[in-house]
Structure formats: C-alpha cells, structure tokens
Design a protein around this ligand. Structure first.
Ligand code: 26V
Length: 818
C-alpha cells in the first residue's frame, strides 16, 4: 500500500467551516441561520468533493497516459452505502469536519444522518463490488467501477401488523444527491432489436431503437492514497424528442411513450437474488450498461483517435465480470471488434478472451443465468449470431480434444434443441482467461461440481480468490471505539491500510487490562445499539444480555428457520421449567426476502410473531428476546455488527459461496457459530478452532444424505425439543390460533427440508450449551473475541484485490509520481 498521506491535512477546522459556508451561500443560496442539517450535509459533501477533484483528474490522467493496465469492474450492483463519512476519512478531513460542524452549530451525527443510503444492490455481491472499488483506490490501482444508477434501489422493507413483509419503493433521489455527477459529454448510444443484413459480404446490424446512456460519476477516494477512481453508473435516457405530430393531435400519452420506455431501463433494481427470471427488461439492463461501458473504455483509452488499433486493448484495461450479469459483454466486445473495427474473427477472439475474467458467486444451479435464444435473438440479433459462432468453434475445439459427445452436449454454450438457451456461466468461462470462486471451498466445489466438465478440459483457468471487506468502513467508521483500542494496542493506526498488522494484538489477548478495555468497548457498543434501536424502532433491549445476530438475505439455504426453531425450543424450555440455567440473550434478525419468494416471506412472518409472543409472555421476561429491525441495510449493519457478540453463519454446508458478513463480525470481535461452509472454513482456520463454534453436517455428509433418501421426519422424532418447537408453530401459538398460516413451512420441514435444517438441529442445540458455558467465563470469551480480531486481517478486501492483481489482472498500482 502506498504511503499514508493526508492531502490538505494542513487545513484547519475553521478553514473547512469557511468552505462549507461558501458552498451553502454560493452553491445553494442558503443562509446559515436558516440552514437545516440536510443543507449542511449537501454543503459538506460539496466541500469534500472539491478536495478530491485534483486527485481525481490526476488519477485519470496517469491512468490514460501511463503504462499501467486499468481494471474495469463490471457489476450490475454496487451497494456503496452512505458516502460522506467515508469520503471525509479517506481524504483526511474527518477531524476538521468534527470541528467545523461544531463551529456551524450542528452535531456531526445530524449532518451525517441527512444522507440517504443508495440501495443499488441486493446483498453480498453488491457490497463486495463496493468494497473492491474502495480497495482498488486505496491501493492506488487505476480502475473504473461500471454499473447502473437505478432510480429505485432495493425496496424498503416494512412489517405490517401481522408481521408480514411489505415492500415500499425506495425512491432515494427525492432529496438532493450531491455525489453523482452526470457527465453528458461522455454519453454513449446503446441500440437494440432490428435485424442483421449482409451488404457485399459485410455484416451489418440494423437496430430498431436506441437509447442514450448517460454516465453519472461517483468519486471513489482511496484511503489516504492520494488516488481517486471513478464509479461510473449509467442512466438511460431517451433520444426521441416529442413526436410533434402526435402531440399536435393531442395524443400526448402516445407522444411520450418512447421516452418512457427508454427511461424504464434503469428505473429499478431487480430485488431477486437467486432464481433468475429471464425477463426482457433485465437483459436490457445488462446489455445497456455493459455496451456503454465497453465503448466508454475505448473512448477513454484512445482519446481523439478515430480508428485506434485495439490489438493492445487488453494491456489498457481488463474487465472483471461480477457474476454472469455482465457476460453479454463478451459477444458485445466481439461485435465491436468485428463490425465496428473490422478485425478478423481470430484476432477479435484473442483480444476478447484476454480482456475478460469471470467471478462466480453461487453454487445453486438454479441461480446460474440462462437466457432464451429467442429473447436474445429479438433484442440482440447480432449477438446471437456471434454466440452461435463462439459455441460452434468451442465445440470443434472440444471434438479435436477427443471429448465425448455427451460431455460436449452438457457443455454447449448455446443449446441446440427446439428451444435454444444461452448459458451465461459457460459463455463467461469460455470467453475469458480466468474463472474464480469466492472462497476456497466454493472454488473447489465449482471445479468439482458446478463447472466440472469445464475444469476437466481447462484446469488452468480455474482459481480461487477469497472475498474480503474494507476495514475502513466496517471497522474504523463503524466501530470507532474498537479502532481506537486497536491503534493504542499496536501503537499505530497504519493497520487500516495493512490489516495483517492486527496480528500484533494476539499477545494482548492475555493482557488483563487490554481484556478489560476490550470488554468495555463491546459493552459501550451494545448500549449504543440499544439506544439507537430504541430511538429508531421503539425497541426495548437489555444490553446486559448476550447479543446474538443473524443478518443476511432471507434464503432457505441460509437457514433462518433453523435459528428460529432453536429460539422456539428455548422458549418452550423456559415455559416448561427445563431451562433453569439459560443464558439471557437477545436474538437479532435482519433480512429482506425477494418479493416473490413465498417461503422466505413466511419465515419473516414467523420470526416477527415469535418475537411478539415471547415479548408478551411474562414467564420469559429478561431471559430471551427476539428483535427484528426492519429494512436491514448497510447503515444498520454498521450499527449492529460492532455490538454483536455471537454471529450466526449456519447455512447448509456447500451452499454459501463465501459470506462476507462473517468477516465483518469476526473483525469486530464477535465469535461465530457456524457450519463448515464458504469462508467460515477459512475464518476458523485462522482464528483457531477453539475460538469458533463449529457444528453440523459437512459437505460430504450432505451429499450422502441426499443420495440416501433424506427423511427429515426421522430427525424430528429423534429430538423432542425439535418436535415440540414444530408443534408450537403448527398449533397456532404464533398465529393467534390459526393453524393454517404456517402450514407450508411446517409441511416443508416434515416432508422435504431440502437444506436439512432438521438434520442439523440437535447439533445446533448442543453447541448452544458450549456457547453459554464459554460466555459465562467472560475472560475466556473476550480472549477468543480478541483472537478473532487479531487473526482476521487476512479478510481485508485489500488482500483480495492484491490477489486479483497478482494472479488474474496482472497489473499494479500507478507509480507514485508520474
Ligand atoms: C443473482 C440474480 C439473479 C437474477 C436477478 C438478479 C440477481 C441479482 C444477484 C444475484 C446474485 C446472487 C449471488 C450472490 O449474491 N452471491 C453472494 O455473493 C457474495 C459475494 O461473493 C458471497 O459472499 C455470498 O456467499 C453469495 O451468496
């Protein structure tokens, strides 16, 4: 990492306050005496931007004129979270802001609270993209994040009186949004539909309609690196002026239809994050942002050149495909090279395969995107032709290698039956240089199961890059108390740019006074969270109970139902007097369900009603509470994670690709209770088995049970605690006597239970005993927690990015002074 220099560190708090006053007056026309916190927020954002602009231009100039290959991170989602506090920290103005706010008569908290969180992602995949652009800038690597500026992000979740999820639109642009800058001069045309014609042996795509892609740029400041990259999010606009003819005939609605259609492309983020629906609009979104980005990269790296020589393109920039969503970029780059620049097929293919790499983020086969050939043919007829040829050439190659016909059929990119399908993960594997999974276990399963045929034929193409998280946002900003303690313990704050330094804390795990300080930090964070949750949700929370959190999207494979059944079992034990010694706990859930995912939504309803019933029952007072704050998002994560003591990572082994929440919790001193899944495996290896609560089936056990007619009923009958818990759900205890409400859940548990929550229940209950015993010895618990912090430095996204740089992108930071 480059030397830590805080630009303009010489600026005083009062000088910064003056800059804010100037913004307020000259940009916004607001007088300080009547300014609201939101006015101040906009002014501060403007002032911070001014401090970033020079580094931003310098980074862009160095990128374009130097010889360092850039990275284009193509992602349909960037879940960036609020920007202000991160920008202040990274540019080195956080202390000046503290003083300036005071001088202007505002609290820092109220100014920061005025920012709306952009929800431009679903969950882990989108947040990972945001951590990666942060690390790229912090390492000083020239990079673009390329994505979509959705007008509506992920829905805002509310709960109704029955405890059901209600989705409300997230119109995040109702207030001034001071970060995004629309750069109309860098717009691109993106076309769709029409037909392909041959003109004198030249293939010409005659599209039927086009839209204008306008880039909205967000600065991505590196942490004290003096570098600022660009997150370029595209917005769709119409080219069509009003159809005046129609307008004159008073057919106003018809006149605006083309505009409305064009602008619909980037109107909304799809809230599904598992089963792709094959929807036309979604394909339009994907092609829209990828086509605009590819043209943008060419325009950026060959400025002013009419017909540049693109054979060197892969040395200018490489594109990372964040899951299959941007994979249509592979045929698009081929089309550009063939049709717009006139290269022959082999040259174009060579350039393309050297430009792209692909990251897979799932293992569930149903989550791999497949587009119908018919739809691609309608929307992108030229691309379908190109895909067809890629497939044909690929099959020829396989035949030449002597691969048998059956395996070739399994591997086809474009299936050849009556209803042809394009398999995007296969296209990505064939059209790029590397394929990586996101944790060791996941990458192994990709090779052995999901993409087995491909890894046999192209073993060198497959690799692993374990995910990471940015320590700036998720430790320094989210947990200032722990950060101060770490800095004190290590005698330096340079750990924020070199997280492996946390290892220096390991000896302090046996230092009585450090242990005590650590305990105080956690306790203060718990109190803070209780206050925050009281103010925001009206919750009463006892900060002297153990804080036990399970926060992530709601999915059956993640097994929130295992957790809630265990809670119900403990509730039942309290009621029947068999839980004398139960440790007082507050169990937190945070989870959004895809709007069309009925089982997930029913699980949300159950959790809310278990929380209600327990709250109303005086027998359990002070011993067990469930709290389910609505609308889990980055902000809530930043509050809850530092206060959590026990983190639940209990997915069925082999289903969670990595997880990144697990890393954030470990870095904030929570212990994990988890299965051997995703990055849990690596966390446990690093923090030590004795500091991790492992339970449950492993991948091989799961496979064996699938092979042998898995019968959940046998587990239910074998553990009376489980039987009792399910009975309580079935008999209406959590639905005011109505036995029908949860019938689909109960029936699934008893007859299907695809993710084997029943088989893992007993082990999960047993490990609770161990957890409670350890927790009662607070010294032992805190010692383990400190060792989790000390040994989790590996999970910095800086390390992940360094790994991509060394082994996949083959590029490096910009030289310091050019
Ligand atoms: C899939 C789809 C399908 C089509 C509709 C829109 C949409 C949006 C997102 C997704 C991606 C689902 C995959 C995903 O989010 N995977 C998560 O990636 C994390 C980062 O690598 C990883 O930590 C989680 O374990 C993994 O579930």
């Amino acid at each position: 990492m480059t030397e830590v220099t805080a630009p303009k560190a010489s600026l005083s708090g009062s000088e910064f306050a003056n800059e804010i006053r100037n913004k307020l007056k000259y940009q916004q026309g607001v007088e300080l005496s009547s300014a609201t916190p939101a006015d101040i927020y906009v002014a501060v954002a403007g002032a911070v931007r001014d401090h970033l602009v020079d580094s931003w231009s310098r980074t862009r100039n160095d990128m374009v004129s130097g010889n360092t290959k850039a990275v284009g991170y193509l992602s349909a989602e960037f879940l960036i979270g609020k920007q202000l506090s991160n920008a202040l920290l990274n540019v080195g103005l956080d202390e000046q802001f503290a003083q300036a706010a005071k001088e202007l008569g505002f609290s820092q908290a109220e100014v920061l609270a005025a920012e709306r969180e952009p929800g431009l992602g679903n969950g882990g995949l989108g947040r990972l993209a945001a951590c990666y652009v942060d690390s790229l800038a912090s390492l000083g690597v020239p990079a673009f994040g390329y994505g979509i500026r959705y007008r509506y992000g992920i829905f805002r979740q509310e709960f109704d009186d029955a405890g059901r999820q209600v989705e409300k639109p997230d119109y995040w642009l109702t207030e001034e949004e001071p970060w995004g800058h629309a750069d109309y001069q860098r717009s691109q045309r993106v076309s769709f539909g029409g037909e392909v014609v041959e003109n004198d042996g030249v293939t010409v795509w005659k599209p039927a309609w086009s839209v204008r892609a306008v880039p909205v740029d967000y600065m991505v400041p590196g942490y004290r690196s003096g570098r600022v990259n660009t997150l370029r999010l595209w917005e769709s606009r119409s080219y069509d002026e009003f159809d005046l003819g129609a307008f004159n005939r008073s057919e106003y609605m018809e006149a605006v239809i083309p505009q409305v259609d064009a602008e619909n492309i980037t109107k909304i983020l799809y809230p599904e994050d598992s089963t792709p629906q094959g929807k036309r609009l979604r394909l339009e979104q994907q092609y829209f942002f990828v086509a605009a980005s590819i043209h943008d990269a060419i325009a950026t790296f060959y400025p002013g050149e009419d017909h540049p020589d693109l054979r060197g393109f892969p040395e200018k920039i490489c594109f990372q495909l964040n899951d299959t969503h941007p994979v249509i970029g592979i045929p698009e780059l081929m089309r550009v090279l063939l049709d717009e620049y006139g290269y022959d097929w082999d040259t174009a293919w060579d350039i393309t395969t050297r430009t792209f790499n692909y990251t897979c983020h799932t293992l569930l086969p149903e989550a791999l995107e497949v587009w119908s050939g018919e739809l691609i043919g309608e929307l992108l007829p030229r691309h379908l032709q190109i895909i067809d040829r890629i497939d044909a050439q690929f099959v020829e190659g396989l035949q030449a290698k002597g691969i048998d016909g059956e395996q070739i059929d399994r591997m086809r990119i474009l299936t050849r039956d009556g209803n042809p399908q394009v398999r995007m993960a296969f296209l990505a594997t064939v059209g790029g240089s590397h394929v990586n999974g996101v944790a060791e276990l996941h990458s192994q399963l990709l090779r052995d199961v999901t993409l087995k045929d491909f890894s046999e034929v192209f073993p060198d193409r497959f690799t692993n890059v374990t995910n990471g998280v940015t320590p700036r946002r998720f430790v320094r900003l989210a947990n200032p108390r722990l950060s101060a303690l770490i800095t004190e313990g290590l005698g330096t704050d340079s750990w924020m740019a070199d997280l492996e330094q946390l290892q220096g804390l390991a000896p302090l795990a046996d230092d009585a006074s450090f242990l005590e300080r650590f305990a105080e930090v956690k306790q203060a964070n718990k109190r803070d969270f209780a206050d925050f949750a009281a103010a925001r949700y009206g919750f009463s929370i006892d900060p002297n109970t153990m804080f036990d959190s399970m926060v992530k999207r709601l999915h059956e494979y993640k097994r929130q139902s295992l957790k809630i059944l265990a809670v119900i079992a403990q509730y039942a034990a309290i009621k029947d007097g068999s839980a004398e010694n139960l440790l007082p706990r507050t169990v937190f859930f945070g989870a959004k369900a895809a709007p069309g995912y009925a089982m997930a939504k029913l699980t949300i309803r159950l959790i809310n009603n278990v929380a209600r019933v327990i709250d109303q029952d005086p027998d359990v007072a002070g011993r067990l509470q469930v709290r389910f704050p609505e609308n889990y998002n980055i902000e809530l994560a930043e509050h809850l994670i530092p206060a959590t003591e026990l983190d639940e990572q209990i997915s069925q082994a082999g289903k969670e690709a990595s997880g990144t929440g697990n890393m954030k919790f470990a870095l904030n001193g929570a212990l994990t209770v988890g299965t051997l899944d995703g990055a849990n495996v690596e966390i446990r290896e690093r923090v030590g088995a004795e500091n991790f609560f492992l339970f449950g089936l492993e991948v091989e056990d799961v496979d064996r049970l699938y092979a042998g007619n898995y019968n959940p009923m046998s587990y239910v009958q074998a553990d009376p605690r489980l039987k009792k818990a399910i009975d309580l759900v079935a008999n209406g205890t959590f639905s005011e006597g109505d036995r029908d409400v949860y019938a689909p859940l109960v029936s699934d548990w008893l007859t299907k239970d695809y993710f084997m929550a029943m088989a893992d229940f007993t082990a999960y209950m047993d490990i609770q005993q161990e957890i409670e015993d350890t927790y009662r010895d607070q010294k032992a618990w805190n010692r383990s927690a400190i060792l989790n912090v000390a040994n989790s430095g590996y999970f910095s996204s800086d390390r992940s990015i360094q790994d991509y740089l060394d082994r996949i992108w083959h590029t490096a930071p910009l030289p310091e002074n050019n």
